[in-house]
Design a protein around this ligand. Structure first.
Ligand code: F6P
Length: 555
């Protein structure tokens, strides 16, 4: 099997490789895997099928795999040139072929003395220059040295952005709340529904509010609309002096021209680059709101966590490479168990937005239907990623995970320590939280047989209802505590997992053409709503809905 080392090179159809076929045959031979049997046969399984990466302990012993499965999956990765494509990414090659861009989010967390070149230019000094500028600004806001137009200190920061310019900082702010400056409030506005901005600012004092307009392109309609409305709200509140904008608006963008056009002083613009994808950007200047919240030092600790896992992914041998393994497990379930979705279930209140963040990371990256050559694929690509904090999910949809007809691989995330600031009685609840995590992994894997149910004296007609089939695969990711570094490690782990899957499936994980059509159509349809304008080519169903909408609005 030839290896591929060039992103643009024809890699061949994955389902026609010998390695894919070998996996298919292996799957047939395995038949119905019983985790009870696998553990009974192999007392070392729990120890052997768990790997460390940084501060994370990743236990995949409850996966429906044998050593042979793992060997065949690693052979598939080798045949698909995953390592070569990874190295090309780290070298700054233009592996985002449909947009002809390098993919270098890993440069955002490279140490100061690293050398990473894009088109012959070392990008690391620019990365650190922006981090330093962010740090200076964050310190001034945190200390109160940065004053609003009327001389008041800033007490609320409102980030306006959407997608990758919102989900990352919003998720990380929640995740790291115990590390945040509690005397400054943070709000995140993304939805073009005016209610989002309304609720965010209705109780705020404009004189004490700072808006961060975060948009890579600075053309995204939701963000520019909300930023324009926020500017109006600010000027109304401060007597209409446009000079106020400079003290209350800063921008994060790659597009200085558009930032200036909007009226924000480009001295107050924090830059990033086209080789950072939106969904890979929260460790760039897009994380400015987060840096103000947790401070530059903690932000750098988080970058250190990212970098640690980058280095692991880049250098660890395949047998110990955790992102590689997690990516391959997803390929295994999608292709050979027909799994359609993947649940991410954090046992942490602070990770309430973690899965929503991963939805963009995974589904915008790998929700693709053609390969790099533009040929429709005939294998499953990215799964539907979903989930909420574990204990809440247990009382909602876990029924389906345990006894439904679908196989849904799940990640269970938990931490050994509760956050330091919890009162002792609340900290004591942590054991109960974690007991739930361990219990769910156990129940999903090993279930409860009909015999076990009968032994409890359950009436025969209820036995099938109270039987749990088990063999529902989970990975448990355990860390000591949810620190900035650990959060960086977790995000980098998932970023590289997504990369591995894209490489195997031979899709471009770094474009997002699929979000364009809806945007274009929304612009076209809007005048029909507001002015009743004729929209050429509007289909009958949408046309009827638009008419009904206008009627209901009394137009
Ligand atoms: O949803 C499409 C998308 O381009 C995302 O990839 C991106 O994160 C988001 O829109 C926001 O884009 P921008 O930062 O340019 O406003």
């Amino acid at each position: 099997m030839t290896k591929n080392n060039n992103a643009g090179e024809r890699r061949g159809r994955v389902d026609r490789t010998g390695e894919w076929q070998a996996l298919g045959e292996h799957r047939e031979a395995l038949g119905e895997v019983s985790l009870r049997e696998l553990f009974a046969k192999d007392p070392e399984r729990a120890e052997r099928l768990a790997l460390p990466v940084g501060d994370l302990h990743v236990d995949f012993s409850k996966q429906l795999v044998t050593d042979e499965t793992l060997r065949l999956l690693r052979e598939l990765a080798a045949a698909r040139g995953v390592a070569e494509l990874r190295d090309a990414m780290f070298r700054g090659e233009r592996i985002n072929t449909t947009e002809d861009r390098a993919v270098l989010h890993t440069a955002l967390r490279a140490p100061r003395d690293a050398v990473i070149e894009v088109d012959g230019e070392n990008v690391v000094p620019a990365v650190h220059a922006v981090l330093d500028k962010m740090a200076g600004f964050a310190d001034r806001v945190r200390s109160g040295e940065w004053k609003g137009h009327t001389g008041e200190r800033i007490t609320t920061v409102v980030n306006i952005g959407i997608g990758g310019s919102d989900l990352g900082p919003a998720m990380a702010y929640e995740a790291l709340r115990p590390f945040t400056a509690r005397d400054i409030a943070f709000r995140f506005v993304s939805n073009v529904d005016g209610a989002d901005l309304h609720e965010a600012v209705r109780d705020l004092d404009p004189a004490r509010t700072l808006f961060i307009v975060a948009s890579k392109t600075f053309t995204t309609i939701e963000t520019i609309t909300n930023a324009t409305s926020a500017r109006g709200w600010l000027l109304d509140g401060l007597g209409g002096d446009v000079g106020a904008v400079a003290k209350h608006f800063v921008a994060v963008s790659t597009n200085a021209g558009k930032v200036a056009e909007f009226g924000i002083d480009t001295d107050n613009m924090f830059e990033f680059w086209d080789w950072v994808g939106g969904r890979y950007s929260y460790d760039s200047a897009i994380g400015l709101s987060l840096m103000i919240a947790i401070g530059p030092e903690r932000f750098r600790e988080m970058l250190g966590g990212f970098h640690l896992v980058d280095e692991h992914f880049r250098t660890a041998p395949a047998e110990q490479n955790v992102p590689l393994l997690l990516g391959l497990l997803g390929v295994w379930y999608g292709a050979f168990h027909d799994a359609q979705s993947h649940a991410v279930l954090p046992y942490s209140h602070y990770l309430s937005k973690f899965t929503a963040y991963l939805q963009q990371l995974d589904m915008e990256s790998n929700g693709k239907r053609v390969d790099r050559q533009g040929e429709p694929v005939s294998w499953q690509t990215g799964p539907v990623v979903w989930g909420t904090p574990g204990t809440n999910g247990q009382h909602a949809y876990f029924q389906l995970l345990h006894q439904g007809t679908k196989l849904i691989p799940a990640d269970l995330l938990g931490f050994a320590r509760p956050v330091a600031e919890l009162a002792p009685d609340l900290a004591a609840q942590h054991d109960l939280l974690m007991a739930n995590l361990f219990a769910q992994g156990q129940a999903l894997a090993f279930g409860k047989t009909a015999e076990e149910v009968r032994e409890e004296g359950v009436a025969e007609e209820l036995v099938p209802h109270r039987t749990f089939p088990g063999n529902r695969p989970t990975t448990t990711i355990l860390a000591t505590e949810l620190s900035p570094s650990v959060l960086g490690q977790l995000i980098a782990l998932y970023e590289h997992k997504v990369f591995v899957q894209g490489a195997i499936w031979d899709i471009d994980s770094f474009d997002q053409w699929g979000v364009e059509l809806g945007k274009v159509l929304a612009k076209r349809v809007e005048p029909a709503l507001t002015e009743g304008a004729e929209v050429p080519g509007l289909d009958a169903s949408t046309g009827a809905l638009v008419s009904r909408y206008r009627e209901l609005r009394g137009r």
